[in-house]
Design a protein around this ligand. Structure first.
Ligand SMILES: Nc1ncnc2c1ncn2[C@@H]1O[C@H](COP(=O)(O)OP(=O)(O)O)[C@@H](O)[C@H]1O
Ligand SMILES: O=C(OP(=O)(O)O)[C@H](O)COP(=O)(O)O
Length: 397
């Protein structure tokens, strides 16, 4: 880890330290349903506060288009305070007077959370004026958000050009663990990619098919592939305009000898609701009123059988809408199978992603995986060998 400046190199005492964290945590009924991402950034916060720094947390939540009270970080602050065991102040904006006043009121060791950076269009555009407005409240910048490091945004990358930049402890730990696990993985390597962020992850699969031996696709991602193969997907979450990309990925994977596995059966309901009446159907008989919410039992068996032949299992994205019972079954059953294979010493298993970690916790098996990363999209990009802007900017020059 010598190529990055870390907290070992930072003199934080009495300084205003802007710390980029990932608080994009799963929520249910207004409360945090999985606190893994919060727990992972506690060492960095505690270390800086313990050395007398003023900890100013910067984070995004969701994908708001402008100010959106339903995506405020205000509801996350109490969960951070509870895990930290000390108060966390909150400022209603991440720049301007509200932020400046809250920062001015801080004493060494205090912790402040600023409002969602994505309430400003300049964040995702990495607008230099917006980055300067963020930088106005800090003397140093620490990036501890590995899981958002694939985004070249003002708070994840732009600040690194304006302030002395350091890797936080979680950033260091993630880079160390993933480098060790992925630099020479035992083959065959199986990758599971599911979840709902289809458009941002679909493009990665082409490259990924050159790195892994078997690509298992689930979740809404699978719906898009089934649609691309000419199958009906009814009311399912599916990105129809990405069908050409999905077909191209299947062709590339075939050329490279990477086996792509799609569901053979699914669990479908007519509404996105816990305990909605559902049926199991093969993928050829999806009706117009069906919403595919999970993979079916034959698919679970197929996936588990194929994973038993792998030596390395990489996983981002649940197989179904696991937050809604009984549509968690596919994900839970595969998660248990991977945990057993890991414990038996048959596979090395690495999983990542905000919701994937929540799903593994829900299945009660996160601790039984070889490594669990907080990152989903960033983990996939790291795996592809892509440059992560939020990591690159930390490199010593
Ligand atoms: N078939 C499906 N239909 C609708 N949503 C789904 C489906 N399968 C998975 N999901 C949703 O995908 C979300 C997680 O996706 P994503 O954000 O890509 O994962 P991660 O945060 O682990 O990277 C979950 O909220 C889950 O409900
Ligand atoms: O939750 C995140 O990524 P993930 O869902 O891929 O794990 C990160 O906070 C990045 O969020 P984004 O995909 O809206 O940029």
């Amino acid at each position: 880890m010598t190529q990055f400046r870390t907290l070992d190199d930072a003199d934080v005492a009495g300084k205003r330290v802007l710390v980029r964290v990932d608080l994009n945590v799963p929520m249910e009924n207004g409360t945090v349903s999985d606190a893994t991402r919060i727990e992972r950034v506690l060492p960095t916060i505690r270390e800086i506060a313990g050395k007398g720094g003023k900890v100013i947390l910067l984070a995004h939540f969701g994908r708001p288009k402008g100010v959106d009270p339903t995506q405020s970080l205000k509801s996350i602050a109490p969960a951070v305070a509870e895990k930290l065991g000390k108060p966390v102040a909150f400022a209603a904006d991440c720049i301007g007077e509200a932020a400046a006043a809250a920062v001015a009121a801080m004493k060494p060791g205090d912790v402040l959370l600023l409002e969602n950076t994505r309430f400003h269009a300049g964040e995702e555009k990495n607008d230099p004026d917006f980055a300067r407005a963020l930088a106005a409240n800090g003397d140093l910048w620490v990036n501890d958000a590995f899981s958002a490091a694939h985004r070249a945004h003002a708070s994840t990358e732009g600040l690194g050009h304006l302030l002395p930049a350091y890797a936080g402890r979680t950033m260091q730990a993630e880079l160390d663990a993933l480098t060790k696990a992925l630099e020479a993985p035992a083959r065959p390597v199986a990758a599971i990619v599911g979840g709902a962020k289809v458009s941002t992850k679909l493009d990665l699969l082409g490259n990924l098919s050159g790195k892994v031996d078997i690509l298992i696709i689930g979740g809404a991602m699978a719906n898009t592939f089934l649609f691309a193969q000419g199958k009906a997907v009814g009311k399912s979450l599916c990105e129809r305009d990405m069908a050409d990309t999905a077909r191209a990925i299947l062709a590339t994977a075939a050329q490279r000898g990477c086996t792509v596995v799609l569901p053979v059966d699914v669990v479908a309901a007519s509404e996105f609701k816990a305990n909605a009446p559902s049926r199991t159907a093969t993928v050829d008989v999806i009706s117009a009123d069906d919403m595919v919410l999970d993979i079916g039992p034959k698919s679970v068996l197929d996936v588990a059988t194929r994973l038993a032949d792998a030596k390395t299992v990489l996983w981002n994205g649940p197989f179904g809408a696991f937050e809604l019972e009984p549509f968690d079954r596919g994900t839970v059953q595969v998660a248990k199978a991977v945990a057993e294979l890991t414990e038996a010493g048959k596979v090395v298993s690495v999983a990542g992603g905000g919701d994937t970690v929540a799903a593994l916790n829900h299945a009660g098996v996160a601790e039984r995986f070889s490594y669990v990363s907080t990152a989903g999209g960033a983990f996939l990009e790291f795996l592809e060998g892509k440059v992560l802007p939020g990591v690159e900017v930390l490199r010593k020059r």
